[in-house]
Design a protein around this ligand. Structure first.
Ligand code: NCD
Length: 389
């Protein structure tokens, strides 16, 4: 199959044709003859921080509903987080969840293994067993209030795998506690820092060999803009302005998609859904000139693939999967919670302008067109060890 159109290729939008075989791009040329695709064709997004709940919290979200929401947002691959109920801190639960994912996920799916004080002594052995079958993208997400620095140090001495850390103490949550936590972690080694919310912490990470992730909500909202809680908390306007000024230093944009029902939110459950709206909001900002298209693709496709080791994802090039999100710049519209697909049913982005993808391709197959999903749950693949991934 050959698709022709305006592709994001080697750092710019150029008209070319991509030849696809078995889901992989095998050739990119100007002068091939193929099916014309209209719109701006970007690599489909990779969201490295989602909470798809399921298990005993299926009323909030399931792998099926979360991955459907992701697909509508132009995302082809997620990294799900292990703070589920029950949590992913042992081999059996890891395998059980991957079985659900195999049957239900609309898009490609991977899962971090949780680290605790109780499993740190076994973490290397557990990884060995799981990685006979699946590829674990990272050990995380580490909550520093539950997993002390000594445990983190021990984990670092036992495994070479990427470790993702929450640089926050939810009991404190202030700006200083984030900066302090980053400083302390950097003394131990390299980490991937989830949802960084301050420019000072971002700068510390930028000057190290660790990597950073920032959410749209910490860039777009300040403290009093949203009546709900999130970890880390939304900051003062001056902190947010500093973070925006340092946007270019961010390695990864990730949603921290953390769905709860409205009732649970009123009772104080922290977290916002966001996997469906990240690419659409930022593509709209690209159109308006607030964000460079290269920055968006780098932070939501290229860097996530590089940092989490998804070799065949993140770029439109020979040897990569034909995973595309196609945007029509004219199709801007306000975000409406009732039109989104997360079970949460609400969004902090209500009424913000966005451009949702018109088409999405996964491994060359058109999976979404004009608001209609063309595949069933289970179409997506789980990331396996020793496969082509
Ligand atoms: C996360 C969740 O709901 O799983 N919520 C959030 O506000 N980011 C957990 C957490 O990080 O506290």
């Amino acid at each position: 199959m050959i698709l022709c159109g305006e592709f994001f290729y080697h750092g710019r939008i150029v008209y070319c044709c991509v030849e696809i075989e078995d889901g992989l791009i095998v050739n990119v040329k100007r002068d091939l003859k193929g099916k014309e695709v209209k719109g701006v064709i970007l690599p489909a997004g990779i969201d490295v921080h989602v909470h798809f709940r399921d298990f005993k919290e299926s009323h909030k979200e399931t792998i099926e509903s979360g991955s459907l929401s992701a697909l509508y947002g132009g995302v082809c691959l997620v990294v799900d987080q292990p703070n589920t109920n029950p949590p992913i801190v042992d081999v059996d639960t890891y395998f059980k969840r991957m079985e659900i994912a195999k049957r239900k996920t609309f898009i490609d799916y991977s899962l971090n293994l949780g680290l605790t004080e109780d499993n740190v002594d076994e973490i290397d052995k557990m990884l060995n067993v799981i990685e006979r079958v699946y590829r674990v993208p990272a050990v995380g997400e580490v909550f520093l209030n539950k997993v002390g620095y000594d445990t983190l140090k021990k984990a670092k001495s036992k495994i070479r795998k990427l470790i993702t850390v929450h640089a926050e103490d939810p009991n404190e949550g202030d700006v200083e506690s984030e900066i302090k936590a980053v400083e302390n972690c950097l003394k131990i080694g390299d980490f991937h820092f989830c949802h960084i919310s301050t420019a000072d912490a971002l700068n510390l990470i930028y000057d190290s060999s660790s990597t950073s992730e920032v959410t749209p909500h910490h860039l777009l909202f300040s403290k009093n803009d949203v009546p709900f809680d999130v970890n880390p908390p939304l900051r003062e306007i001056k902190d947010r302005v500093e973070l925006i000024k340092n946007f270019w230093k961010i390695d990864i944009l990730a949603s921290d998609h953390a769905p709860h029902t409205l009732e649970e939110k009123r009772e104080g459950a922290p977290g916002f859904p966001g996997v469906e709206t990240l690419y659409p909001i930022f593509f709209y900002m690209v159109k308006r000139g607030y964000v460079r298209i290269n920055d968006l693709v780098e932070k939501f496709a290229i860097n996530p693939a590089r940092i989490f080791g998804f070799d065949r994802y993140g770029e439109i090039d020979v040897g990569k999967y034909a995973n595309f999100a196609v945007f029509d710049p004219k199709m801007e519209r306000p975000i409406r919670a009732k039109e989104l697909h997360s079970k949460a049913g609400w969004t902090i982005y209500e009424n913000l302008m966005a451009i949702f993808p018109k088409e999405v391709y996964i491994r060359g197959e058109k999976v979404l067109e004009d608001g209609e999903v063309l595949v069933d749950g289970g179409f997506g693949r789980v990331i396996r060890k020793n496969s082509k991934f």
